[in-house]
Design a protein around this ligand. Structure first.
Ligand code: HEM
Length: 443
């Protein structure tokens, strides 16, 4: 048994994860940077992994980049993407109606992947991919390639989960040569175009360009303490967003839609909340989406029941004793934190297979330890884009429910079969749903 597996085994027997308050200070991300492969976009050797001891790189994204008000302005481009999404659903809808009037069914997995690709393309790379409308397929092909479930994908995932040394040993840069070159060129073209034409957009590329400018004005000594932001490191950073923000988002929305289709009472409550907030704010604005508490609880419950992340990997920066035991985790040990298991523990979330957004009311949350629910991780390495992702998903669900009613159709797997070949829950047969137009009188 490897050290990592041993540590995982001992944490999984402990219901109160041994993270406690020192989670934020005493646990590092175990994957280190390997200069030789830097900046291989593909293996995430981006600024994220710059310095596992210090935590986030000073030039990497900051949580504040995703907090209001910048979040509000970044989201400005998302309704536009939502517009395309509705167009796509309508297109599929009219096509199915035309070909087979009895089967008004739409497969959402592909549409949602296109939606999240368009959002990340716009937010992280500053380009309009329009994949939902069948535009830039290069970008979409990259996302499909990235999540292709083949032997290399599984091997790569398994090996880097077991030990960070595999990030150093495996020639990822060579294996994913085309992908690496694609993203490096994309970033350098975008930055060069903006510099030449003095274009400014409200997106992540702009933030990185500003940080690079600030960095240039720092002293040489100051600059030497971290990696320089240049087109390559910016591409690596944006690529991390690309990896982190596609499948997770698409699947979480898909599972939520599936559960809403199976539970009409819940769907009616959700639609009532959407109607109320659209009436209050005039349309599906940022404020309207922010105020939708039930939709947020639906997203959070989808993240609990179908968490895209099964384990978190950490390495203690000092020996850590597991409370109420004689187990001490040595800093040389890599630890797997079984977040999936905690979120399916019947003592913490009774009847864990039941989809119940009310587990996330303020009162219900007070009854649990905060580390029992970790879909976005915790501590210095937690997901920088949590708030952004939640809003992106809420906006998509609210927009779809505003226009359509969802139901199970003949192609729907009422009890979704999950694909055993994937590292995060993915429905084997996609998200087939029966879709009907919601009468305008309902809104
Ligand atoms: C359903 C949506 C998402 C889930 C469940 C999710 C989950 C996570 C988790 C668990 C981590 C921490 C990994 C660890 O502890 O090792 C993480 C990190 C990260 N996520 Fe997300 N994420 C989501 C969406 C996004 C999106 C949309 C973006 C980009 C726009 C994003 C960007 C990042 C980045 C940059 C990190 C690395 C943070 C760092 O270590 O500095 N994520 N995410």
């Amino acid at each position: 048994m490897t050290n990592a597996l041993r540590a995982a085994a001992c944490t999984s027997t402990s219901r109160n994860l041994p993270l406690e308050t020192r989670f934020c200070t005493s646990w590092n991300h175990p994957i280190g940077l390997n200069e030789r492969f830097y900046p291989t976009c593909v293996q995430g050797c981006s600024l994220k992994f710059q310095n596992p001891v210090i935590g986030r790189s000073p030039t990497g994204p900051r949580q504040s980049d995703f907090a209001e008000p910048p979040l509000q302005t970044k989201l400005g481009t998302v309704p536009e993407r939502n517009g395309n999404l509705f167009f796509c659903v309508r297109f599929q809808f009219s096509r199915t109606v035309r070909f087979n009037p009895s089967l008004l069914q739409v497969e959402f997995k592909d549409i949602l992947l296109r939606y999240s690709t368009d959002v990340i393309g716009s937010v992280a790379f500053g380009i309009d991919c329009n994949t939902v409308k069948g535009g830039n397929d290069d970008f979409l092909n990259m996302s499909r390639e990235l999540f292709r479930r083949n032997f290399i994908f599984l091997l790569r995932f398994f090996l880097i989960s077991v030990h960070p040394v595999f990030v150093k040993l495996l020639p990822f840069k060579r294996i994913f040569k085309d992908m690496t070159e694609f993203f490096l060129k994309l970033m350098s073209d975008t930055v060069n175009y903006r510099e030449k034409n003095k274009v400014e957009r409200n997106d992540f590329v702009q933030i990185m360009m500003q940080l690079r400018e600030e960095d240039r004005n720092r002293s040489t000594l100051d600059r030497a303490s971290h990696v320089e932001l240049n087109n390559d490191t910016m591409a690596a950073q944006a690529f991390l967003f690309f990896v982190a923000g596609l499948d997770n988002v698409a699947n979480t929305i898909g599972f939520a839609l599936h559960e809403l289709a199976m539970n009409h009472a819940l769907q009616r409550r959700a639609v009532a909340e959407i109607q109320e907030n659209i009436r209050k704010h005039g349309s599906l604005t940022y404020d309207a989406v922010r105020d939708m508490e039930l939709i947020e609880r639906i997203v959070r419950e989808s993240l609990r029941k179908y968490s895209p992340v099964g384990i978190l990997t950490r390495q203690p920066s000092e020996p850590i004793k597991i409370p109420d035991s004689d187990v001490v985790i040595d800093p040389s040990v890599m630890v797997w934190i079984p977040v999936w298991q905690a979120m399916h523990d019947p003592d913490i979330f009774p009847e864990p297979e039941r989809f119940d957004p009310d587990r996330f009311t303020e009162e219900a949350k007070k009854t649990r330890h905060q580390y029992n629910y970790l879909p976005f991780g915790e501590g210095p390495r937690f997901c920088v884009a949590e708030r952004f992702a939640i809003l992106e998903m809420k906006l998509c669900i609210a927009g779809l429910l505003q226009q359509h009613a969802f139901d199970a159709g003949s192609k729907t797997d009422v009890k979704l079969k999950l694909d055993p070949k994937t590292s995060s829950p993915t429905p084997q047969n996609g998200f087939w749903l029966q879709v009907t137009d919601r009468p305008t009188s309902a809104l």
